[in-house]
Unconditional design. Structure first.
Length: 180
């Protein structure tokens, strides 16, 4: 299998996992998508009947750089019009997924999706630093609280900040903080 065939296969699998069962990438032609009626207004809540979003409301799905889902084509990748950052999920799309999870009674999944939506704005390198800081015995309580303040103040990530504060409190109760 040559590199182009491999990329086509990967792109087809990605689109399939998003709910588009066509073989648009394999044929190199855009697949027609018949969207369901859009939610009453942008900003209105969506429910489980809107799932999968890529199939029923592709017009609502955009990447973090604003590229519509329908513009994610193999030809645009091959021509260089799309870059890796154009394939990152947007916080708006994660929020829509959280709304679907809420409507389906899956509050834990919805909370995790909202936390992920907040973290889209945090640079990858910083996320890795935070991840390492959250490992047992790596940080003091004050350092974790500082990270929470940064998440909330710099990135507006209140749910994630609360999560880090909770982790700091649990680590303290279980003796898992770094002792200087």
């Amino acid at each position: 299998m040559d590199q182009e065939q491999l990329i086509r296969q990967i792109m087809a699998e990605v689109m399939k996992s998003l709910g588009d069962n066509s073989v648009a990438f394999a044929k190199n032609t855009p697949a027609p998508v018949a969207p369901a009626a859009a939610p009453a207004a942008l900003g209105s809540k969506i429910g489980r009947e809107e799932y999968p979003l890529a199939e029923k409301h592709p017009e609502l799905v955009k990447t973090n750089t604003g590229v519509p889902l329908t513009d994610l084509t193999f030809d645009k990748v091959k021509s260089g019009q799309l870059k890796p950052e154009d394939f990152r999920i947007s916080s708006a799309t994660l929020e829509l997924q959280a709304q679907v999870a809420d409507a389906d009674g899956r509050q834990t999944l919805a909370r995790n999706l909202r936390r992920a939506a907040e973290l889209v704005a945090v640079p990858d390198a910083r996320l890795l630093e935070i991840y390492n800081a959250l490992r047992p015995y790596r940080s003091t309580k004050a350092e974790l609280y500082d990270i929470a303040a940064e998440l909330e103040g710099t990135y507006g990530a209140k749910v994630s900040a609360d999560f880090v504060r909770e982790a700091a409190d649990v680590y303290e109760a279980r003796g898992r903080l770094r002792v200087d």
